[in-house]
Every structure is written in structure tokens, then in C-alpha cells.
Write a protein that binds this ligand. Structure first.
Ligand SMILES: Nc1ncnc2c1ncn2[C@@H]1O[C@H](COP(=O)(O)OP(=O)(O)OP(=O)(O)O)[C@@H](O)[C@H]1O
Length: 647
């Protein structure tokens, strides 16, 4: 053979034309595209080459660790022992075509990374021509590999896309981990998959899912075995079947925990957007042979999608936990104090109707605790983890109330620069508390009735019906039935809201509850004021019990707040309550003319009383309302009634 020859010809036999050679090449390329396994390609190509060179037989072999493996042969019964092994070994060593003893062999590619040879049993010895033939087969095989690699990649990406599409919608980490693990074992073809995430104090790795472990959770020290190594280096690791067990670094204690024998293993790091390793993704026991570079690339791709999905799901879970905690804290703060018969009855009604979908109307004087009852209903219902939205219908002008409740579209009115969702949408799934429902305009009532009946809202300026699942709880301090009689409140809406009526008794009818409430508020405010709670003396208790409490619980609460900050000593005495029972000094002579009729005198007194409070609070109406035991909106209404100006 002439090693320096570079004029390669495809002339394996007499009578072979250039056209036939070109056809052979075209056939090999066609075969590389038409076959879907390398074995079937080599088998078909061997047949072509055999008839092209008119040889006795054509074989493709691969040398693996001193053994010859037949990859394709025109004689299906050929055994490796029948091959010219010495000649083949020489080809392997020299990486050149060799012939002798009726055989000729040449490498499929150079440098010889795969150990694959084309071998023919023939009388011909034109090594240059045979070299070209082997190279042509090598090119065909490479073309097959490139195409099939690209096809596999496309299939893998399609499968990956399909699998990961649903992951980001997951709301529960454990279920997501199982889904990811199953997807990866299917994609790569392995027996098991486990995802390891560190515990909160970074001392252990928690592996899930872990089949064979009691709660499906595997716990290993943070730096144990291959997984620990991947966590600390941030680099992938592989364990092949045929390396010695000392080299394997496999943590056999894990196998013991799982009742499982690990043969091969592939583990890749899971990295977040900042490149930090936040976990490890492990596949165990490839179905066939060792894990490959392609498996590793696929698992790395899966791991990057899994990292995002797990991160999102953990975030959602965290938010859910926070939401439940906040709801529990809010629920714990709702405490309807009182042991009187009226309050006991009320509590038992609330407990019975809270977790139903019944419409509820709460009635009672100002400051009796209507909002507290609405909160109890919400927190005792299945909606407790959702929002409770309160709207005071008296505090919002008629025109704004509609957009407040139902929302508005951009441009619906002059100031509607942006579309905005209404309280019904905000309270979806939760409770909408409509306070002072008696103050709603007739137009608003008509719209509200439609929403309650059709369970959809239409934003002001919009036309799209938006479904609502908010539960409405309404409250009023007015006599709604009387308003219906005066045609100020729609009868149909009254019946719609009034399926269950909860009447809150005024404080003056609750007997000793006054003392319970006083002590409750006093100790709360004293805690805030960082002082010991003073005792309420027997005489002071008496005074509290005999007061008429026009402002109800709110008035009592405000008084206790003042006492917590202003009273001195360790006892509340009747004198401290003087301003409750007796008119204050400055009010002693009201200066109201004696010749006025009672209604006018009352009006004048009210104007004077309100004005003094507002002056006393430096114009702060909210504070003044509090001091008078009124809700701010009610004070405004009262002022309007009395003809007082807002400013
Ligand atoms: N039984 C109760 N136990 C504890 N606190 C109460 C009770 N009743 C009322 N309160 C407190 O009194 C104040 C007034 O109660 P709330 O706002 O619920 O009354 P309301 O009837 O809704 O008033 P308005 O008619 O002015 O809207 C609140 O601070 C509330 O927490």
C-alpha cells in the first residue's frame, strides 16, 4: 500500500465506471436518510458495497476492548471468530487499509475514534480504492448520525415542550415533583428520578419523589454521595455501569433506604436565574447501557424548566400560607364580646348561617357592632381565606357608588382615565359587606338587585358581563321595611337581602355586657398605652350600667380609649366618668333660648354640639365623629340634615 497516495479513485473492480461510483455514493446518502437505525443503515450499505465491488462478503465491525463486534454483514451467519482478526488488529493499530489472505479492511473514519472498520472478503488488493470505499461508508454513517441526532433532538424538544407546558400552572410542589420525575424517566428512559432540594437550614437534602420510602421523602446529608458533590460543585456527574464500585461514589445507604440497586446514575445541578445551585436532579438506572451526553443535555434542559416551575410553585405555596395566616390572624381578632341573652342568641344564629349562601341583613343602631357581626359571618364561612370587602353606601355619592361597586371602563366618565375593577370583582370568592344599604339610591338598588339575581356585573361604561361569586351581607341602622313603605327602598331588593335578618340589640339592652365590653376595651387600650389596666370601681361600674349609651359600643369603646390614656391611678372612679353622665362644665348653660319650640331647640343644640366637637378636634371630622360615638359618614349625613356646611 502507498500511504502517501492522495489520488483516491473509486475503482474497486475492473469495468467500474465513474458513473457507477457516483451512483454508489448517491445510494449511500439515500440509505442514510431512508433508515431509522444505524444498524439497518450499515446492513443496507454493506449489501450495496458488496455488489458494487463484487466481493464474496462485506462486513462492518467494531473493535471494543480487544473484541470484535459485527455491526452488519452480508452473511447473516458470520461469527466474529471467522474474521481475519490479526489483519483487523493491524488496521486498528496503523489506522490504514490493510489486505492479505483474501481479506481487505479499512477504517470508516480517521482519526479512528469509534474503532469501526469496513471489511471485505475479496481477491482484490487495491487498498487506495478500498480506502475510498470505506471513507464513503463513513461519510454515509456520519450523515445518518447527524440527521438522526437532529430528529431525536426535535422529538425530544417537542416532548419537553409538551411536558413543561403544564408545570407552571402547578400549585402544589409535591405533585409537581412527581410529574417532573415521571416526565424525565420517560424522556431519557431510566428507572427512577428524584429531585433534591435543601431543607430550610441547609443541613439536609430532601429528595422527592422517593419510591419505596414511607412518606415518599428521602433525607440525606447535604454533602453525601454524588448528589452532594453536584450540589457543592454545581457540575453534572455521571456514574457508569462498568466502573469499579470504589470509583462509583454511590451512597449505598440511600439504596438501602430505597430498597434499590443503583447501576448507573446521572445527576445535574438545578440552577436559578442567578446561576446559584438550588437543587439537584438525579436519574437512576438507564434502561439500556450507560447515560450518554445526549441524556445529560436533555436532563439539563429539563432541570432548567423544572427549576423555574418549582420556584414558581413554591412561591405560590408560600403566598397561600401567608394568606391563610393573615386570614387566621384577622379571624382571631374578631371577637364579639357579650354574655347577655340577646348576644348569645345572636352568636348562635351567626354560627348557623355563616357557612351557608343565605342572604343576610344585619340591623341595629349605630355603633352596635354590625360590622363585627359581618366579619364573624365571613370568618366562620368557607370563604374565610378569601377577602372581605366593606363598602359604606352612605359615605359615597350616588354617582360614584355605582362605579365603586361594579367598576368602570376607561373613559366611562370624565375622570375615568383608567379601567378599574369594582368591589364585586375584588370580593370574588369572598364576602362583600354593604353597610348602610338603606342609603343606596333607587338606581343603585336596581343595579344591585340585578347583580344578586344574575350573578354577573357589568362595569360602568362597559357591556361585558363579568361573573361574580361574592357573597353579599348587608347592614342598616334604618327601618328598611318602613323605607319600603315610603317607596325609598325597593321591595324586591328588601326581600332578596332579607332572607335572614340578624338584629343586634342596642347596648342599653345588654345588661352586664357593658362591663365585659368596658373591661375588654380598657385592657386592650392600656396594653397599647403600655400601662397597667386600672380596676373599674364598683361605683364606676354602676354609672356605666345606668348610662343610656346613645352611641352604643362605639361610644363605650371611645370612652375606654380616653380613660386608658388620660385617667390616673389604678382605679377608674365615678369622677373619671363624670363627663359621661353629667354635662360638661362648658355645656352647663347651653345658651339656647327658652322660647324656642323643642324641635328647633334640639336642632340648635345639635348644631352647637357638633360644632364644638369639630372645633375641639381642630376641624378633624373623623376624630370629632369618634368622640361623639358616630361613624364619620353618619356625622356628615347629620350635618347635611341640620344644614351645616361641610367645611
Ligand atoms: N360585641 C362587641 N365586641 C367587641 N367589640 C365590639 C362589639 N360590638 C362593637 N364592637 C366595636 O365597636 C365599634 C363599633 O362597631 P361596628 O363598627 O361594628 O358598629 P356598626 O354597627 O357597624 O356601626 P355603624 O352603624 O356606625 O356602621 C368597633 O370598634 C367594634 O370593634
Amino acid at each position: 500500500m502507498n500511504p502517501s497516495a492522495n489520488t483516491q479513485r473509486l475503482d474497486p473492480g475492473a469495468g467500474t465506471s465513474g458513473g457507477e461510483s457516483a451512483k454508489l455514493l448517491a445510494d449511500l446518502i439515500y440509505l442514510s436518510a431512508a433508515n431509522d437505525s444505524s444498524r439497518s443503515f450499515l446492513q443496507a450499505a454493506s449489501g450495496e458495497l458488496n455488489s458494487f465491488s463484487k466481493s464474496k462478503q462485506t462486513v462492518v465491525v467494531q473493535g471494543v476492548k480487544g473484541q470484535w463486534r459485527i455491526l452488519a454483514a452480508t452473511d447473516g451467519k458470520l461469527k466474529p471468530e471467522a474474521l481475519p482478526v490479526e489483519l483487523l488488529a493491524e488496521v486498528l493499530d496503523t489506522e490504514r487499509c490493510q489486505s492479505g489472505g483474501g481479506w481487505i479492511a479499512s477504517p470508516l473514519n480517521r482519526p479512528m475514534d469509534s474503532g469501526q472498520l469496513l471489511v471485505q472478503q475479496t481477491d482484490k488488493t487495491d487498498e487506495i480504492a478500498f480506502d475510498v470505499l470505506a471513507a464513503a461508508l463513513g461519510v454515509g454513517l456520519k450523515a445518518y448520525r447527524v440527521r438522526s441526532g437532529a430528529n431525536k433532538r426535535v422529538q425530544q424538544l417537542e416532548a419537553l415542550l409538551q411536558m413543561t407546558a403544564g408545570w407552571n400552572q402547578s400549585r402544589e410542589t409535591d405533585a409537581l415533583l412527581i410529574e417532573i420525575a415521571e416526565a424525565s424517566t420517560r424522556l431519557v428512559g431510566a428507572e427512577r428520578a428524584t429531585i433534591f432540594l435543601p431543607n430550610s437550614n441547609n443541613t439536609e437534602l430532601i429528595g422527592k419523589p422517593a419510591l419505596g420510602v414511607e412518606d415518599g421523602t428521602l433525607r440525606i446529608p447535604i454533602n453525601a454521595g454524588v448528589v452532594g458533590q453536584v450540589m457543592s460543585t454545581g457540575e453534572p456527574a455521571r456514574v457508569d455501569e462498568d466502573i469499579s464500585s470504589e470509583q462509583k461514589q454511590i451512597d449505598r445507604s440511600v439504596d438501602e433506604q430505597l430498597g434499590f440497586q443503583t447501576r448507573t446514575l446521572l445527576c445535574v445541578p438545578m440552577k436559578n436565574a442567578e446561576g446559584k445551585t438550588i437543587g439537584a436532579f438525579e436519574l437512576i438506572n438507564r434502561n439500556e447501557g450507560n447515560f450518554t451526553d445526549r441524556d445529560q443535555a436533555a436532563l439539563e434542559e429539563l432541570a432548567s424548566h423544572a427549576t423555574i416551575a418549582i420556584d414558581t410553585t413554591q412561591h405560590v405555596e408560600h403566598l397561600e400560607t401567608v394568606r391563610r395566616t393573615v386570614a387566621t390572624q384577622a379571624a382571631d381578632e374578631v371577637n364579639l364580646i357579650g354574655e347577655s341573652e340577646g348576644i348569645k342568641k345572636l352568636k348562635s344564629t351567626v354560627e348557623r348561617v355563616a357557612d351557608t349562601e343565605l342572604a343576610i341583613l344585619i340591623t341595629g343602631e349605630n355603633g352596635t357592632g354590625k360590622e363585627v357581626v359581618a366579619q364573624m359571618i365571613h370568618y366562620l364561612s368557607g370563604r374565610r381565606d378569601e377577602v372581605l370587602v366593606a363598602v359604606n353606601c352612605a359615605a359615597i355619592s350616588e354617582t360614584l357608588l355605582e362605579s365603586e361597586l361594579f367598576g368602570h371602563e376607561k373613559g366611562a366618565f370624565t375622570d375615568a382615565h383608567q379601567a378599574r375593577e369594582g368591589k364585586f370583582e375584588l370580593a370574588n370568592g369572598g364576602t362583600l359587606f354593604l353597610d348602610e344599604i338603606g342609603d343606596m339610591s333607587l338606581g343603585g338598588q336596581a343595579k344591585l338587585l340585578r347583580v344578586l339575581e344574575e350573578k354577573v356585573v357589568v362595569r360602568v361604561g362597559g357591556s361585558v358581563p363579568i361573573p361574580t361569586t361574592a357573597r353579599v351581607v348587608a347592614a342598616t341602622n334604618q327601618d328598611l321595611a318602613a323605607l319600603v313603605g315610603e317607596k325609598k327602598f325597593r321591595e324586591d331588593l328588601f326581600f332578596r337581602l332579607n332572607v335572614v335578618m340578624i338584629e343586634i340589640p342596642p347596648l342599653r339592652e345588654r345588661g352586664d355586657d357593658v362591663i365585659l365590653l368596658a373591661e375588654h376595651f380598657l385592657s386592650n387600650f392600656c396594653a397599647k398605652a403600655r400601662r397597667e389596666t386600672p380596676k373599674i370601681s364598683a361605683a364606676a361600674r354602676n354609672r356605666l350600667l345606668t348610662h343610656r349609651w346613645p352611641g352604643n359600643v362605639r361610644e363605650l369603646r371611645n370612652m375606654m380609649e380616653r380613660l386608658a390614656y388620660l385617667s390616673e391611678g389604678d382605679q377608674i372612679r365615678p369622677d373619671d366618668l363624670a363627663f359621661v353622665n353629667a354635662p360638661q362644665k362648658e355645656n352647663a348653660d347651653s345658651g339656647i333660648a327658652m322660647d324656642l319650640p323643642l324641635t328647633d331647640a334640639t336642632k340648635e343644640f345639635q348644631i352647637d354640639y357638633i360644632q364644638r366637637h369639630i372645633d375641639h378636634c381642630g376641624g378633624n371630622v373623623t376624630e370629632a365623629a369618634q368622640r361623639m360615638g358616630l361613624h364619620r359618614s353618619n356625622l356628615y349625613r347629620k350635618m347635611k340634615q341640620l344644614g351645616m356646611s361641610d367645611d
